[in-house]
Write a protein of this length. Structure first.
Length: 93
């Protein structure tokens, strides 16, 4: 289980770093938002899955798993809303 957890956390970190590279590389706001939103959401998903593997292997209850999934769902929603609002604000000038 430790190998699976470590692999999921490492993949999540790689996606987060890739999102940061996209933020620094792309020229305008919409492409930067796209790179960061997609890569960071996927990276957070892998990190949450790694944490779920860790909590389940340590005997934590289902409540912890539900809380972790709720955190991920709220982050997905928040990222989508923030990206949309920033893109609309950029279009308005």
């Amino acid at each position: 289980m430790i190998i699976l957890m470590t692999l999921l956390l490492a993949v999540g970190a790689i996606f987060m770093i890739a999102g940061t590279a996209g933020l620094l590389r792309f020229p305008d706001l919409p492409t930067r938002l796209h790179a960061v939103a997609k890569a960071d959401n996927l990276g957070l998903g892998f990190i949450i899955l790694g944490l779920i593997v860790h909590t389940v292997s340590n005997g934590a209850g289902a409540g912890v798993v539900v809380k972790l999934l709720l955190i991920w769902a709220l982050a997905l929603l928040g990222t989508a809303v923030n990206s949309h609002l920033l893109a609309v604000r950029e279009d308005d000038g």
